[in-house]
Design a protein around this ligand. Sequence first.
Ligand code: BYC
Length: 336
Amino acid sequence: MYTQAMDTMGKDATQAPVPRSAEEARLQERFDARIDAGDFIEAKDWMPEHYRKTLVRQISQHAHSEIVGMLPEGNWVTRAPTLKRKAILLAKIQDEGGHGLYLYSAAETLGTSRDAMLDALHSGRAKYSSIFNYPTLTWADVGVIGWLVDGAAIMNQVPLCRCSYAPYARAMVRICREESFHQRQGYDALLVMMQKGTDAQRAMVQDAVNRWWWPSLMMFGPPDDQSPNSALSMRWGIKRISNDELRQKFVDATVPQAEVLGVQLPDPDLKWNEARQHFDFGAIDWDEFWQVIGGNGPCNRERLSARVKAWEEGAWVREAALAHASKQEKQERVAA
Ligand code: BYC
């Protein structure tokens, strides 16, 4: 249901920055031709500086999102209702940590160090997904994160498996496989509460859906006409489907799932449009979105300080790992 056409945009949405020399123009022309032919670009290939910067920005933000995304779920590890749910939640959080690591590695192939990326996160210069600045108030939030947040993530990330930058595309293939399990475990947890639970549990699920629905729609980014990065990212095959198109696909896929679950999506304007063959939906509160990505969401400060604390308190682990590696290297040199 989440697999879909991976390229719906034209290739000439905008022009790349003008090359500075004849040699650069020749390289740029070859690069453009490769993009147009659907080739993948590898780390050692020539690429325009702006392409490199755009990728570092997007991939590092994506990595930060995975790592920060562990926090709202981590809040429920000690309070999961059964051993089975606790084991599933732990595995899911561990997967998110792994996704962050693949993505930092993919960004490092572009010549930016992990320390520089983490410094940008810790100092508040780098962004991470708006969705992780909302609190997880009840156990139902964990299920809803799986269903809606991972569902939105898959919708956005499947096209990235065909991103023109090969190391990112390769990382995304594995990530998407794991995200599918995450989405299903969330839906399963909610289904159990809705079908076998008490009235109080059903109310808890509905309340969680009410709180997470609109922020999930914001995950796809601003409307296309307010998305400054889209045109070039589309031109270069980094993004394959626009923010608004992906948001629409997500709504279309999710409404029938809500019906099966027996929850109401909190939007009085949500209705099937026969002419468009899509669901119409109400206006998104973009002021809230800009506030959240500007650092003023409900949990921004808490999330960032948790990451900074983990980084500072983990210094001895990094030092010990480096000391061990250098000791091993010395021993190998002596043995050789
Ligand atoms: N939150 O020009 P636009 C996960 C920023 S991880 C925060 O459309 P672009 C998961 C955007 O960065 C989910 N910021 O940008 C993990 C830009 O600012 P800058 C993360 C946002 O890049 C654990 C400005 O707004 N997924 O799912 O063309 C557990 C203008 O936007 C957001 C990814 O990172 C946002 N929602 O498109 C469970 C996927 N939206 O950088 C789940 C990869 C926009 O110019 N990323 N901004 O200062 C992408 O696909 C694209 O970067 C986006 C934005 C669609 C997110």
